[in-house]
Ligand binder design. Structure first.
Ligand code: ADP
Ligand code: MG
Length: 699
């Protein structure tokens, strides 16, 4: 690979601050910055100037098209490209791009999920430029990040609610900061750093697996002799092919302004991770979508396929996306930074307590925001946190808050010095909180790390919920402080009462243990362990009230999301079930029968030799095999019946979802059980699919 100058090329394909300052008239630049930093609405004349500059810049970089880039409720990005060309009337063209082209697009909304919004309103959809997320060039197109909504302004994407929630948390946090004497802060940004896990497998194997191609996960597959019990993959040396892929990925992401920072092997064989430097939530969301897209695209160039499904392989760890979250002021202060003296750091204490209160009151919404049929296979599987939401604070901060609740004034013991015992190695101060890897939501020094999110999900949804529920808790704090009185006393009271009412959500122990399940139940913490259960909370009055009060979702939007989530669940399991059915019927059963016949022929020939061979074992094998094949066929029949029953058109959508969960998924597992047993006995050359051994270890 030729030498690549990172600092020079970083962001070279992005219409970023440097380019804007260089190319926009001063006044225009200033107005645009006001919009970006303070959330002020944008004048049309400014858009016109920006469009001009963008076009010139993009054409110089080789762009011929522009496209409004958005994320409909399918969860994957959508784009429609228009070229810049416009006819001149004399059979020639000029390159044209207006302010209107920049701020508004009109894709047909009827091909995207709308959960009933379409029936109620119009098919027409709009994409609206998000000036706070920079445009970029990819494959000779100028990509313009946009929000996607219906004719009446109802959100048809994840980004619109995210942007709304960012306004809400900024407003409430600025309000709190003013009350505490920080008058210069104009805007507060939720900052997000998503760590992305993924698998890489050989493309040739992938193509022979209809389940991977159609559903993203293996629906059958026996465990190889070696799984991940020998833990030598995590942070292990990178294989050359993987390393080459990662190098190219980094370079392409850097050009697009994505700050790809960390890369390493993960716990499961063939599993890897990429973490970027954190940035403002909506940009982090766009960047994460870009990262997932580029991973898939670049993998193909290396003869690989990147799997982003939460659980591509049974029996080995699935993939998640750790969502690191904090609040940063426009003056550069991280509000979750405890500082030298956290006991007296009012801002820190209040924000920390706001998160505690918010998560305890709305743990169901947080759980919902990470729900999906893929993630159901992962949560609670001793590889990811359970579906029970709790917060890890670590002993230091737990004691600190407990002391305030108990009215104790003594200072909690300060951090300790870690010494390795080797004199040449530096000693360093231990972080105030250790890393509890089992916690769904861990305070890790100066940020919260949500570990429940699945690898394929957009980070928009969970951050929309975190921003909104924390903003609501902060707004109630503000109400109390605004009511007047001695500020130190009120802050103390707030912390005390939150600890009294909500400390049940704090759990520093092992979240994977059976005892925690019982303890959580005793504490009254919800355990919605699958998506179908988790979805129900959208319809709860307290949640509708919260989300509509802050105008993050309208009631119609919530209703539509309820439909979409149920629909998505039904569709996902249905496609999986049909894929499994066809794989078993068309490939596994015929292969088994063929092998059975071969075995029987061998047995007969062996007997005919008249050599009196000891082949009783062969007879046993044939009988066992025949038994399993008959069993597989029976179980397949049952699955087919369940699929039919669940698709029954008389059933309400909700009942269909329940039926797919309780019947179809159960029958799929029972089919899989026999299939995987058969894979272990049928001769390799007869088995129609690449094995786990090939998928996971043969790169
Ligand atoms: P680990 O895997 O040990 O949790 P990583 O370094 O892989 O740590 O990832 C940590 C992630 O958290 C990175 O994406 C990083 O940019 C992000 N991060 C660090 N500080 C903050 C912060 N204040 N707010 C949000 N995200 C942060
Ligand atoms: Mg992490």
């Amino acid at each position: 690979m030729e030498k690549f100058n990172v600092t020079e090329s970083f962001g070279s394909m992005v219409f970023n601050d440097v380019v804007m300052r260089e190319r926009l008239p001063k006044e225009t630049y200033r107005s645009l910055k006001k919009t970006i930093i303070e959330g002020k609405p944008l004048e049309y004349s400014v858009a016109q100037e920006v469009a001009n500059a963008m076009k010139e810049w993009a054409i110089q970089k080789g762009a011929t098209h522009y496209c409004h880039w958005f994320v409909p409720m399918t969860g994957i990005t959508a784009e429609k490209h228009d070229s810049f060309i416009a006819p001149t009337g004399d059979d020639r063209v000029i390159m044209e791009f207006s302010g209107k082209n920049l701020i508004k697009g009109e894709p047909d909304a009827s091909c995207f999920p709308s959960g009933g919004l379409r029936a109620t309103f119009e098919a027409r959809g709009y994409t609206a430029w998000d000036p706070t997320s920079p445009a970029f060039i990819k494959d000779n197109s100028l990509y313009i990040p946009t929000a996607f909504c219906s004719y009446t302004g109802q959100a048809l994407d994840e980004k619109t609610p995210l942007l709304r929630s960012m306004d809400v948390i900024s407003k409430q946090t600025v309000r709190l900061l003013k009350l505490l004497g920080y008058n210069s802060v104009k805007r507060v940004f939720p900052m997000v750093g998503p760590e992305q896990e993924y698998f890489l497998i050989d493309k040739a194997f992938y193509e022979k697996r209809p389940d991977l191609v159609l559903t993203g996960r293996t629906l059958i597959g026996a465990m190889p002799p070696k799984g991940q019990e020998v833990e030598n993959h995590y942070l292990g040396t990178l294989k050359q092919r993987v390393s080459d892929f990662m190098k190219e990925l980094d370079i392409e992401l850097w050009k697009l302004g994505v700050m790809a920072k960390t890369k390493h092997n993960e716990t499961a064989p063939a599993q890897h991770e990429l973490a970027p430097v954190f940035t403002i939530a909506n940009i982090a969301t766009d960047h994460n979508h870009l990262t997932m897209e580029m991973m898939k695209k670049i993998a193909l160039k290396h003869g690989l396929v990147c799997l982003l499904h939460e659980k591509p392989f049974a029996g080995v760890n699935g993939s998640g996306k750790h969502n690191n979250w904090s609040l940063l002021t426009d003056t550069g202060k991280n509000l979750l930074e405890p500082g030298e003296n956290p006991v007296h750091n009012k801002v820190f204490l209040l924000i920390l307590c706001a998160v505690i209160q918010a998560v305890d009151e709305y743990s169901d919404l947080l759980r919902l925001s990470i729900a999906g049929p893929g993630n159901d296979h992962r949560l609670g599987g001793h590889e990811a946190p359970p579906a029970i939401v709790s917060i890890y604070l670590g002993d230091y901060f737990t004691n600190l808050l407990e002391n305030i609740r108990a009215g104790k004034t003594e200072v909690v013991e300060e951090s300790q010095i870690l010494s390795t015992g080797v004199s040449a190695l530096p000693c360093f101060v231990l972080d105030n909180s250790d890393r509890n890897r089992t916690s769904p939501l861990a305070f890790t020094g100066n940020k919260f790390e949500l570990r429940m999110l699945g690898s394929s999900a957009s980070v928009a949804g969970c951050n929309t919920i975190i921003n909104t529920i924390v903003a609501d808790a902060i707004s109630r704090m503000c109400d109390k402080i605004e009511a007047g009185g001695d500020i130190d006393g009120i802050v103390n009271e707030i912390v005390k009462s939150i600890m009294e009412d909500h400390s049940r959500i704090i759990f520093n122990g092992n979240n994977y243990s059976e005892e925690w399940k019982k303890e959580a139940e005793r504490r009254g913490l919800p355990n919605n362990y699958n998506t179908v259960d988790a979805i129900e909370c959208i319809l709860k009055e307290k949640n509708i009230k919260l989300l509509t009060k802050h105008k993050v979702y309208s009631e119609v939007e919530l209703q539509s999301r309820y439909e979409i989530l149920n629909e998505n669940y039904v569709n996902t399991i249905r496609v999986e079930a049909l894929t499994l059915k066809s794989m078993v019927k068309e490939q596994v059963l015929p292969a088994c029968v063929k092998y059975l016949v071969t075995l029987t022929d061998s047995y007969n020939s062996a007997q005919k030799t008249g050599l009196d061979l000891d082949i009783a074992f062969l007879e046993d094998n044939i009988k066992a095999l025949a038994g399993d094949v008959a069993e597989l066929s029976r179980r397949l029949g049952k699955l087919e019946k369940s699929i039919e029953e669940s698709a029954e058109c008389g059933l309400k959508l909700r009942d269909r979802a329940v039926s797919y969960r309780d019947k179809v998924l159960v029958d799929m597992n029972s089919v899989r059980e026999v299939c995987d047993r058969l894979e272990g006995v049928v001769a390799k050359e007869f088995w129609p699919f690449p094995s786990y051994y090939e998928l996971l270890f043969k790169l």
